[in-house]
Each structure stands twice: as C-alpha cells, then as structure tokens.
Design a protein around this ligand. Sequence first.
Ligand code: ATR
Length: 283
Amino acid sequence: MARAFVTGWPVGHSRSPLVHKYWLQKYGIEGDYLRHPCKVEDFDSFIESFQDDGFIGGNVTLPHKETAFSNVQKADSTAKRLGAVNTVWIENDTIMGGNTDGYGFSANLDEFANGWSDEKRLKRGALVLGAGGASRAIIDALMQRGFKKITIANRTLPRSVELRDMFGEPCCSIAYKDIGEIEKNASIIINTTSIGMVGTELEDATPLSLNGFNSDTIVHDIVYTPLITPFLHEAKTRGMKTVDGLGMLLHQAVPGFEKWFGVRPEVTPELRAVLLADLGEVS
Ligand code: ATR
C-alpha cells in the first residue's frame, strides 16, 4: 500500500492527514498518510531512508523545511528560490523536493478573490505583514504573479530587510510605524504573523489598524484558527473583501497528493466543511 507522511517536530497538530485521508477515500485509492514526528537530530537519516520505511514521499513542516532542501537529491525551481522544501517525492529513483506553500496561497486567492491579480491591482502592489518562513513563500508567489511593488513590514526591521535583499526588486522593507499613504493604497494586505491566532498571547490583537486603507483592499490572513481572526473581523466591519487562511492549507496539499497517488485532487466545499468541523468552526 502506498504510504505518505507529514514530518515535523512537533507534528501532532497537523491537519494534513485529514485532508489526504479524505482524498484517498474519495478517489478510492488504497493508500495511507501518516504523521511521522521527527527530531532535528534524526531528520537527515529519515529523509535518506524513508523509502526503506515503506513511504513514497510526504510533507515536511517546521522546523525541517530548510534541512529538507539540503537533503533532497533534486529540488524544483520554487524550492530553489526559497531554499526550503515542504513536499518530497521519488522520481526516477531520485529524492525530489518542492515547495507548494506559494501555490496554495495563490490558488486560495484565485478561488475566493477573483481578480486579485489583475493589471490594476498588480500595479498598486501588496503589503506583507511579517518576515518569517511563511512570508517568504508568499512574497515569492506575489513576484511570480507579477506584483509591481511588494512592501514587507515586520516588527523586527532587520528581518524584513533581509527578505528584501534576498528577493530584490520589486520588494521594499518598512517598519510598521512608517506605513503611510503609499502603502495604504496596496491592493492586498497579507498577515503572515501569528498575531490573532487562538492560544497565543495576542489572540485578541490585530497586526495593524486598517484605518486609512483603500476600501477595495483585499485583506487576507494566513492564520485559520480562528477562521475569522480579529484582523479579518475588523476588515469585514469596514466592508472590505476578506479571505481566510484555510484554503491555503487545502490547496498547498494538491500537488503532493498528485505526485504520490497519481490523481490531481479537487478542493471542494465538502472538504472545507470537513476541516471546519475539525477546527470546531461552523461551515
Ligand atoms: P513562520 O515561519 O511560521 O512564518 P516565524 O519565522 O516565527 O514563523 O515568523 C513569525 C512572524 O510573525 C515574524 O515576522 C514575527 O516578527 P519578528 O520577526 O519581529 O519576530 C511575527 N510576529 C510574531 N509575534 C509577533 C508580535 N507579537 N508582534 C509583531 N510581530 C510578531
């Protein structure tokens, strides 16, 4: 039986098994998808020998994404640009690595914010809040879509400067306090920080006030616990278009499932409802 994994440390919270097991059942595929907790010191040997453990590939999550990039035998172009791998599979006896986070980000917006990357919006640019790992994949996806300006705002300015230097044009870095009129004309704002996530110190907080932003700015939060974060709630109150983060999780899983099990799965409202039920949200 074909078996895939999600590995990380910790990995107990991962919703990926729910997504892949749903698709395995839906498409009548005899296979399995398992959590494989793996400590940092054990990761090298796991990636080198997962085939011996009966796996055909899997997902890699924190804190192993960068190590996975060094360990795979061949990385696709997206993984090379990011220096991080979240999906591994075998092709012609070679351990391959890819990164589907940016794909998931874009596909989610394609589904829920039609026109988010039309010409006028590309010109007005994007405002990205946060400069961690998730932010990288999103900045890369925005660049691939052709955004003409990408402003990276972060609490710790040197981290956003580092990302600007890594990606170059059309990125710029800024401190939160310096966000002004120009940034407020952005066609989309993306929160990639954990602010607003349930169970954290800042679960009631928003990363930024939306005062002065254009009313047609799309507000997207990659946090999906809760589904409607305080940031999205504020945006809704102001009548702005919002997109929650659940679709990014669902869409990023599509390319991996296709590589391992040979069927390109669909992200449907039914799958979304399964995840929402698990998260304790109403669909
Ligand atoms: P990930 O890889 O999941 O993106 P990360 O690398 O820990 O996670 O990055 C988390 C992001 O959230 C960072 O941009 C972080 O800002 P700093 O670089 O200044 O640490 C941001 N973040 C987390 N907690 C924050 C807070 N209380 N206020 C502002 N930004 C915060």
